[in-house]
Design a protein around this ligand. Structure first.
Ligand SMILES: Nc1ncnc2c1ncn2[C@@H]1O[C@H](COP(=O)(O)OP(=O)(O)OP(=O)(O)O)[C@@H](O)[C@H]1O
Ligand SMILES: [Mg+2]
Length: 259
């Protein structure tokens, strides 16, 4: 479905070029749920931006269903790290943007948007403006805005970072349910190793900048994933421990630099 082939991306700062990502190689199958984890600044959002066609790689190529991504990739829904809710539209107005563009009737839009607003737990806040919402509520509104459009692939950049632990579990569970029911392809970026292992069929660990893929581990769980109890399974502990070894090295060096 998605192929990152030897992707490198450099940016310029103060007249100097620096590498953000280096030789990222990763293929994601249709219907796969991949989670991505790595230190801050290693290029995770940059990789999603390239998949969404918002940025071009400096070298290498991104293929989507075998086609080179050259402009905005309309097949993917992208929930960016910073929410992009329009401040002059209410929650309902924001959620319905994509449906308006499609020319859907007001009644159908209303039906769809209220279902997704309820799904993310924002029922009662339909007529609030983004500035009247908490950080976590804004994240949930962005999630509804992306899901209502029903894209075949979801790119999610730390979607649940601002939520309390309980709500996070509930939304993880809902996302897994959507994934199981629809067979969507998902790339999910997170800072939280528990979350990465709970959700991903595979977890990709990025090295610190210039980010490259350090390790990819499968999480082979028998039966249906249960985010509420997965942490207590042997498979979770085993994969968590081995990924933590890979991640720790990256974070340790990061910490030394910060100190
Ligand atoms: N548009 C841009 N122009 C210049 N530099 C950029 C741009 N986007 C990203 N960078 C730089 O590229 C590097 C990778 O950034 P990116 O946002 O992809 O990191 P990240 O892994 O998503 O980090 P975080 O976990 O903190 O979100 C950083 O050093 C960042 O400053
Ligand atoms: Mg990021």
């Amino acid at each position: 479905m998605i192929q990152f082939n030897h992707i490198s991306k450099s940016f310029e700062r103060n007249g100097k070029r620096f590498l953000a990502t280096k030789d990222v190689n990763l293929h994601i199958a249709e219907g796969e749920f991949l989670t991505v984890i790595g230190p801050s600044g290693c290029g995770k959002s940059t990789v999603l931006n390239m998949c969404a066609g918002l940025m071009k790689p400096s070298s290498g190529e991104v293929l989507y269903r075998g086609q080179l991504v050259t402009g905005v990739n309309t097949k993917v829904g992208y929930m960016t790290q910073k929410d992009n809710l329009l401040p002059w539209r209410t929650v309902k107005g924001n959620v319905e943007i994509g449906l308006e563009i499609r020319g859907m009737s007001a009644r159908e839009r209303e039906e769809q948007s209220s279902a997704y607003i309820e799904l993310v737990g924002l029922k009662g806040f339909e007529n609030h403006y983004p500035q009247e919402l908490s950080g976590g509520m804004r994240k949930r509104a962005s999630l509804a805005k992306m899901l209502v459009y029903n894209p075949e692939t979801l790119l999610l950049d730390e979607p649940f970072g601002a939520l309390d632990a309980q709500l996070r579990l509930i939304l993880q569970d809902k996302l897994l349910q959507i994934w199981r029911d629809t067979g969507k392809t998902i790339i999910f970026v997170t800072h939280d190793l528990d979350e990465a292992v709970s959700l991903g069929q595979r977890v990709a660990v990025f090295s610190k900048r210039p980010g490259t893929i350090k390790s990819v581990k499968e999480v082979n769980l028998s039966g249906k994933r249960d985010v509420f109890n997965i942490r207590f399974t042997d498979e979770f502990r085993r994969v968590h421990a081995s990924l933590w070894e890979a991640l720790k090295e990256e974070f340790m060096e990061e910490e030394e630099r910060v100190v």
